[in-house]
Design a protein around this ligand. Structure first.
Ligand code: HEC
Ligand code: HEC
Length: 354
């Protein structure tokens, strides 16, 4: 306990000390043909993904380095109903003003996951149904299986034929180029200017209540940082945070549905909390409607089960649950609201192209 607390503190200091931006260097000016495409990418404009220095490095597959033209193509696809056969586009459920999520609940009873800071992700969906680089699995699932995109229809579109030729050098568009272009766009969607991040880099000071909430979030009393640690606000790992004891409803089985391992029962991917205040329902099934309900849930004893995460049982007190006062609960909610990034929500680079 104490060690992790100190580690948390050390991390925060490290965090506060860094102000410079890191950039992921684009390809050198003349990288030669791109692997997999035999295409001269020197005609394209290299793009440098930028993130604050305190973020971990971004891993980008070698054959899909960012270029402005490919990002623009991905953006166009994201907003274009041509990908589906029923008028839907990605942006219908992933809405920018809502942090690229929405109130939709899927047929499996799952809430929409936000598109933000996914460049650092390597597990996908609430249950981690897919793992690995964005291009290969999750995008293919979204476009091929979920949307069942009609590749003939897309090839019949002269604008897309031209754009894919120009950006990936192909005469025939395949699922590969579509998933590659979408991934390029989604990787650029980086939230780095929320009030929380601004306070970390010393640009602003949090209010007294927000500051008290921040302390709770990062100390052993509130204990949120164990799973929703900074800077990404999710450890991208799977935990049973004590929502259920009864797993008869398949929606609540989480990772068990992927692995069949009883030790994964009720474990879900830790949600990242960027723009969390904009959500109108919370958790994989949307069972809570407000941040106050979420904080009350964490404050109450977790539902017991054999897979309950050990962190949920750590407490200085005899009984489980956090034992926060009404004021402390209020302060924690105020702090969660500092994860809202209005720059991100209004960034014209992420909006529907003309
Ligand atoms: C009808 C609503 C809807 C549409 C349209 C939609 N999505 Fe989603 N999206 C969801 C839901 C619901 C989830 C979470 C599902 C789950 O966990 O099983 C999700 C999850 C995702 C994830 C996983 C994010 C993560 O953190 O793991 C990605 C990536 C994604 N969607 C991309 C897309 C793309 C690309 C498109 C367009 C091709 C698209 N979505 C269209 C509802 C939608
Ligand atoms: C043991 C790891 C763990 C700890 C500790 C933890 N969380 Fe979570 N949190 C999760 C997981 C896993 C989910 C997704 C659970 C699900 O949907 O089934 C989640 C979901 C959430 C959500 C919902 C987000 C959304 O998009 O629906 C919020 C808000 C949240 N946590 C806030 C907190 C706060 C505040 C604390 C501290 C009081 C905290 N968490 C402590 C693991 C944890």
């Amino acid at each position: 306990m104490r060690n992790s607390f100190l580690a948390g503190l050390a991390f925060l200091f490290f965090f506060i000390g860094c102000k410079q931006d890191t950039t992921v260097t684009p390809d050198p000016p003349n990288p030669g043909p791109q692997p997999g495409y035999g295409y001269d990418s020197t005609k394209l404009t290299p793009y440098a993904l930028t993130a604050p220095a305190f973020f971990p490095p971004i891993q980008i597959p070698g054959d899909n380095k960012p270029y402005v033209e490919r990002i623009q193509l991905g953006r166009r696809l994201y907003y274009d109903p041509i990908l589906s056969n029923d008028g839907r586009s990605c942006s219908q459920c992933h809405i920018q003003g809502r942090g690229f999520t929405s109130d939709h609940i899927s047929a499996e009873g799952l809430t929409v996951m936000p598109h933000v800071n996914l460049a650092w992700n390597d597990h996908w969906l609430w249950n981690g149904g897919y793992s690995g680089p964005m291009e290969d699995k999750i995008m293919l699932f979204e476009v091929h299986d979920f949307f069942q995109a009609d590749i003939t229809k897309i090839n019949a579109d002269t604008t897309y034929r031209r754009l894919f030729k120009q950006t990936y050098g192909v005469d025939q568009i395949t699922f590969k180029e579509i998933t590659y272009a979408l991934s390029q766009f989604i990787r650029t969607m980086i939230s780095q200017n929320s009030r929380f991040y601004q306070s970390v880099t010393g640009k602003i000071r949090l209010t007294q209540d927000e500051e008290a909430g921040r302390a709770l979030y990062f100390n052993e009393r509130g204990d949120c940082f164990h799973c929703h640690g900074a800077p990404l606000l999710s450890d991208n790992d799977f935990h049973n945070n004590g929502l259920d004891s009864d797993f008869s409803n398949p929606t609540n089985r989480g990772r068990y549905n992927v692995t069949g391992n009883p030790q994964d029962m009720g474990r879900f991917r830790t949600a990242n909390l960027h723009n969390v205040a904009l959500r109108r329902h919370f958790m994989h099934d949307g069972r809570f409607k407000t941040l106050e309900e979420v904080v009350n849930f964490y404050n109450d004893p977790p539902k017991p089960s054999s897979t309950l995460d050990p962190v949920m049982k750590l407490n200085d007190k005899e009984q489980l649950g956090l034992g926060l006062s009404p004021l402390e609960k209020y302060q924690l909610v105020q702090f969660l609201k500092t994860f809202t990034d209005t720059t991100y929500l209004n960034n014209p680079a992420f909006s529907k192209p003309n």
